[in-house]
Structures are given as C-alpha cells and as structure tokens.
Design a binder for this molecule. Structure first.
Ligand SMILES: [Ca+2]
Ligand SMILES: [Ca+2]
Length: 487
C-alpha cells in the first residue's frame, strides 16, 4: 500500500512537473491589446458586406468599417451590431442602408497567420435574440482544397439568446460532406455576458484543446485519422476571424427588439513555444518553412550543408512566420542554385505587402550556389513572409540582416539583367529613375561603371575577356548583384 502510494505520488508529481514545464515554455508571439485609437490594419482586415448567403451562415447584417460598428477606444475593441431604422433606401453608394442590421467582421488573413500555439481572447459577449459572436480560424493557403477540406477551428460561438454556453468546433472532411466535432461549455450558473472571460485554444501538432477561463472543455487528438478516412488538415497556417452578426442559422432571427449589442474585446494574444518563435535578423533555412506548395526538401552540398528546397517551379511558394526584432531596412541574401538553362525569380512579401523581387540567374548547376540580394523595410514584430516563385531553381537559405533602423521606402522591383551567358552586350531593365551599375571581374576589379536611367539600357561588353563577372546595380532602394558569364 505504502509503496503503491509512493509510486502514485511520484507519477502525479511527474505529471504536474511536465504540465508545468509545458505551460512555462509558451511565450507571447503577438498580441493586440487595443490600446490605440484605431484598428491596427498592419494586422487586421475589415471584411465588408454580407458575403455569399450571409457569410455562409445566413447572417442578415451588412458588415461595415463605420465607427459605430467597429471601434478601438479605451483599451477595447468594440464590435457593435445595430438594427438600422432607415434601411432599404435607394442610395446604392451606401450599400449598408439596404440591410436591416449592420455589424462588423475582422480577420488577420495574410497579416497574422501562424501554425500551432495558444490563442487567447479576453472579451465580454453580448446578449440579444438572434445575435451571434465568434472567434474562429481559417487556413491561409487552403492546401487541401476549399472548405471544409483545409479545415476550420471555431474557438467560440455564442448566441445572444443562449449566453450561458459557448461552443468549440473543428470542421474538416470533403466538399459537400462537412465533418465536424464540437463540445459545448456551460459555466452554469454563470451567464457569459455578465463579465469578461478568457476564451482560448491550445494547438499543437497532435492536439487541439478548447478552454474558457482555464477550464478545458474539449480535447481533440488531431494526429490520427478521424474515423477510417479523414486526415486532419490542421498542421498548416491559420488566421483569426472575429465577427458579430444577426440571424445566422445557428442563432436564429432577431426578436424585433432594438439591438445595441456590443462585443467588447480587451485583447487577443497568440503564444507560441519558445522554439517555435523565430526572430530575425538571422539566417533562415529554406527548409524551416511553415507552409509550402510544390517544393521538396533535398540534401544540400553548399558550404553550410544541411538541406535545400528543390523542385521549385512557377506558382510554388514557401512561407515563414518570423518576428522582426526591430523595424528598419533589412538585407535579404537568397542562396540559390539553378542548372544550366534554368533561372527564375523570388517575389517576397510580408503581411501581404510585396517587398521586392529577386532575380535568380543560372548558376550552372543545381548545387552551384550563389547569393542574390534584396533590400526592403520591415515593421517590428510578426512577419508573415511568403516567397512566391517563378522559373526553376533551388533555395538553400535566406539570410536576413538589419542594415539600418531608419525607416526607408519600400523597394520596387529589382532591375533585370540579361542575357546570361552574354557576349558583346548586357541588357538591364530598371524600374527606378536613377541607378548605377558596376561590373566586377572575379579579382574584384571594376571593369565597367555607368549610371542608368529608368527603362532599358545596353552596356557594351565587347572588350571583356571570356569569364565570370559580377554585375552590381545600386538604386535608391536596393543593391542587387548577379553573376554573369561572358562566352
Ligand atoms: Ca485591452
Ligand atoms: Ca538549407
């Protein structure tokens, strides 16, 4: 008995210790405390209108960005549903006036996507027949196809007529054959509208866990197939949606009472485990992506060894969820290789904003590595970096260096340099007004120096001897270097 108790105690202690160390390993990845005076559109998008059949749920409200429907004040985000008295007039330029209700709907698509972590929102939800408020998540890239194939995670769904409960759900399955699994939390006798509560989800590679005020009410193992046929699509990037509305099939019609319901959000926070938060400046290996399309990891024989991402083709992409420690001007060095006759380009964007395009030259071999450089500014904090590819080449890593914490204008498209190999001429197509070109031979000697105007320029290279040259083009916003071969 005594030994048994000791074992039980030890096991319990180990469980507690491991739970504690897990809890401790989370760090804040991103948060909006709503302390400003306007919605932070670096991370939030307004979704306007009524969507297709009331955003797919039968909601009757028109979502606007009017201050009366969505505002940030006094440390809170408020989304307010309003019953409109003067709707259905003929003012086609104010579309919301054709709807009986207005409300708000926000998402973080392309701006704050992430894979795994904890999402927590402290909010006070509204009462009101027909009202419905949600915090939910959709996949950024629909990797497995349209809804519900690529999944949906509903952190909270609360109907204004039934505010003693919240529902947590996950959707997956086949088109036209939605599979879902849900649980309802009833903090009886508490009415959720009485006070603020913390609504959260913990999301790992193997598990989804829903909780309110720390009370877990649903746990789903997403590491095994659901039933005998459905694989869970949740190991990809998702983004957050916050919405309030009226008349969704789930919450019913409004009862005619004047609606002044307020969905008041104190904060939304995203935590990740320390090892899943990747900060820049740093060298980011191509294979450390969070989502990808069409590429394949392969052994790399470049100086740093490891792996590269190969099989890159037009339309493919790699995405990374990084955190910039400072705002400022960054230099990105893309380590690329392209076999003879192959080349391409990398369009880099962050938060949906295009930062620039780096041209990838032929390097003469799929493991013959070269640097291609691009400069651009980044804001401080979470970066949803996407590398969109054209052409065919391999990528080993991207080295992000902070050049200056002074904010610079965002780079425009880099000049194009061709052909490669060249003989008596090099052509340069530049989108910027003033640029200088320096051509170096392999000993580092400048063999040509010219200023360029916007448009197409031709450099006479007939006097160059055969061999390898570096063509460096400096514009106001960027310095790019490509390696060319004279035949
Ligand atoms: Ca707040
Ligand atoms: Ca690599």
């Amino acid at each position: 008995m005594k030994n048994n108790l000791l074992i039980k105690t030890t096991v319990l202690l180990l469980v507690l210790l491991s739970a504690k160390s897990q809890a401790q390993s989370y760090q804040l990845f991103w948060s909006d405390e709503f302390n400003g005076t306007a919605l932070d559109e670096n991370y939030w998008n307004y979704e306007l209108g009524n969507g297709n059949w009331g955003w797919g749920t039968g909601q009757v409200d028109y979502d606007t960005k009017r201050d009366t429907n969505v505002h940030v004040r006094g440390g809170y985000l408020t989304i307010q549903t309003l019953k409109e008295s003067n709707y259905w007039n003929t003012d086609i330029y104010n579309n919301w006036k054709q709807y009986s209700h207005t409300s708000g709907r926000l998402n973080t698509a392309k701006k704050l996507s992430f894979k795994h972590g904890k999402v927590e929102m402290r909010a006070k939800v509204p009462k009101g027949v027909g009202e419905g408020v949600t915090l939910w998540m959709l996949p950024t890239f629909d990797k497995f196809g349209g809804w519900p194939r690529s999944g949906e995670i509903d952190v909270l769904e609360i109907c204004g007529a039934q505010t003693t409960q919240s529902q947590g759900t996950m959707h997956f399955g086949e088109s036209g054959n939605d599979q879902h699994s849900y649980a309802i939390y009833k903090p009886t006798p508490t009415d959720l509208t009485d006070d603020f509560h913390v609504y959260g989800i913990e999301w790992t590679a193997t598990q989804l866990k829903w909780y309110i005020d720390g009370n877990v009410f649903k746990t789903a193992d997403i590491s095994v197939p659901y039933g005998t046929q459905y694989y869970f699509p949740f190991n990809e990037e998702f983004y957050i949606i916050l919405s309030a509305g009226v008349g969704a099939a789930m919450c019913g019609k409004d009862d005619g009472a004047a609606m002044m319901a307020k969905y008041i959000v104190d904060y939304v926070r995203v935590y990740k485990t320390a090892d899943e938060i990747v900060t820049i400046p740093a060298k980011i290996q191509a294979e450390a992506f969070t989502s990808e399309k069409g590429t394949q990891k392969e052994v790399c024989t470049d100086a740093d060894g490891g792996y590269d991402m190969g099989q890159i083709g037009t339309g493919d992409f790699l995405s990374y969820n990084l955190v910039a420690q400072d705002a400022g001007l960054y230099k990105a060095t893309f380590r690329v290789a392209a076999g003879t006759g192959y080349s391409g380009a990398i369009k880099i964007s962050s938060g949906g904003v295009q930062l620039g395009t780096a041209n990838v030259p032929t390097t003469g071999g799929w493991q013959s590595w070269q640097d291609v450089v691009l400069q651009f500014t980044l804001k401080k904090g979470v970066q949803n970096i996407t590398l969109d590819f054209t052409g065919q080449f391999n990528l080993n890593y991207v080295n992000y260096e902070l050049i200056s914490t002074e904010v610079q204008p965002i780079a425009v498209e880099l000049p194009k340099v061709f052909p490669n190999p060249f003989s008596s001429e090099i052509h340069i197509a530049s989108q910027e007004e003033d640029a200088t070109v320096r051509v170096f031979d392999l000993s580092g000697r400048i063999v040509l120096y010219e200023s360029l105007k916007k448009g197409n320029s031709v450099l006479n290279t007939s006097q160059f001897s055969a061999g390898v040259y570096l063509v460096q083009i400096e514009t106001e916003s960027a310095v790019s270097t490509v390696k060319l071969v004279k035949e």
